[in-house]
Each structure stands twice: as structure tokens, then as C-alpha cells.
Design a protein around this ligand. Structure first.
Ligand code: MN
Length: 225
């Protein structure tokens, strides 16, 4: 018996099935496209790194996201998301694909002003990255064959393109991300990995409609309220 109600399971639909993917952890890659590192004023020679968001940050496709507190610079980052179906430590690059159940379109929402304040003060990023409703995701498309290495990734706000890149611009590709991350943590089924964003990040305001796109996946729709 639990003394309070058990928190709801966070899960995501799996496209083409009546099943859902239960989410265990959300990992994110920082600094994984050179043009985005440049726009953030970073050093392109430094390697990518990982941070996490709480599981219940997930937002379903078609949802409304409340403009968050404490920020005046609430920004989108369109990202390809990997859904882990088979766990492991020290996964080899050549074995990575068989650990992936599927892929999805995601947005790494960021309170940019708070992230930069934290970064510049040498503090953790949680306040800028790991807050309620900060991880929209579309349905998971089951992986058939190899991990995606090319394909357009883009984001529109109110029908105007803000971000447009290609997965071939990833500094670390999907297989390398899984390999590196699995050196730090034992990956488990249910883990999601947001793989980083291309250039063009920017702010949204209440009333904006965001459309996220990764080639081969359905569009992701989010409204800011
Ligand atoms: Mn990101």
C-alpha cells in the first residue's frame, strides 16, 4: 500500500500499433550541431555532453504548453528522439541500432535566459532545461533496419520556418550517442534520448503554434498558451 496515490505512468503512443511506450528516463544531448554551437557562442571543439529531464516533462502531440514561469525567453529546439527498447552498458556503435525500438520528433523546450544565467554562474542547468512540460514528443515510429543518418529536421512557428537542418549534420550520430551515453549510464528499455538541435533556435510567446518535423515522421503540433 502506498501512502499517496501512485503518480501516473508517462507513456507515448507507438505509431501503427495500439501499444504505448512507457518512459523511464529522458536523456538529452547538448551541443550536437556545429551551427547551433556557434549561435550559442560555444566552442565547437568541445565534445557534446548529456543532461536529463524528469520523465513527467513529457508533453503529448497536439497539446497546449503553458508559457513557463520565471522566464522571458522561452525557446524551442527541434530534435530527433531515440526510444530505447533494449538496455545495456558500453554498447558498441555497430550494435546500437538493435537497442533502439523507434524514433520520434521531439522539442527540447528551454528557458534560455535561466539556462544562460546558470551556465555563466557555473551552476547546473535544471532551471533552464528540466521544468514542467519541457519535453514534447510525437508518436514513436518503429525502427526498421538502420538508424537514420540523413533526413530533414525543421521547425515552424505560425507557419514560418525557424529551424532547418539535416540529421547528417549531427556531430555525433545516433549510434555514437547511444554508445557514449551507455558508458555513463546503463540504458534501460523506456529511456528516451533527445539528440540535439540544429541552428535557428528562438523564442515563442503565448498564442504561437509550433510545428516540428523530422523526415519520415508525422508532424508534431504544440500550442503555447
Ligand atoms: Mn537540446
Amino acid at each position: 500500500m502506498h501512502i499517496i496515490n501512485i503518480p501516473e505512468i508517462t507513456d507515448v503512443p507507438v505509431l501503427g500499433t495500439d501499444k504505448r511506450f512507457p518512459v523511464r528516463r529522458i536523456y538529452c544531448v547538448g551541443r550536437n550541431y556545429i551551427e547551433h554551437i556557434k549561435e550559442m557562442g560555444g566552442d565547437v571543439r568541445k565534445p557534446p555532453f548529456f543532461f536529463q529531464k524528469p520523465t513527467d516533462c513529457i508533453v503529448q502531440d497536439g497539446s497546449q504548453v503553458k508559457y513557463p514561469t520565471l522566464t522571458s525567453d522561452f525557446q524551442f529546439e527541434i530534435e530527433l528522439v531515440l526510444a530505447i527498447g533494449l538496455g545495456g552498458n558500453n554498447i558498441k556503435v555497430e550494435d546500437a541500432a538493435r537497442h533502439v525500438l523507434g524514433t520520434a520528433v521531439g522539442i527540447d523546450f528551454t528557458r534560455r535566459d535561466l539556462q544562460i544565467q546558470a551556465r555563466d554562474a557555473g551552476r547546473p542547468w535544471e532551471i533552464g532545461k528540466s521544468f514542467d512540460q519541457s519535453a514534447p514528443i510525437g508518436g514513436i515510429k518503429l525502427l526498421e533496419g538502420e538508424l537514420p543518418v540523413t533526413g530533414e529536421i525543421s521547425l515552424e512557428v505560425n507557419g514560418v520556418t525557424k529551424q532547418r537542418g539535416d540529421l547528417e549534420q549531427l556531430i555525433w550520430n545516433c549510434a555514437e550517442i547511444i554508445s557514449k551515453l551507455s558508458e555513463q549510464y546503463e540504458l534501460q528499455p523506456g529511456d528516451l534520448i533527445y539528440t540535439g538541435t540544429p541552428a535557428g533556435v528562438g523564442p515563442v510567446v503565448r498564442g504561437d503554434h509550433i510545428t516540428g518535423k523530422v523526415e519520415g515522421h508525422p508532424l508534431l503540433h504544440i500550442d503555447i498558451v
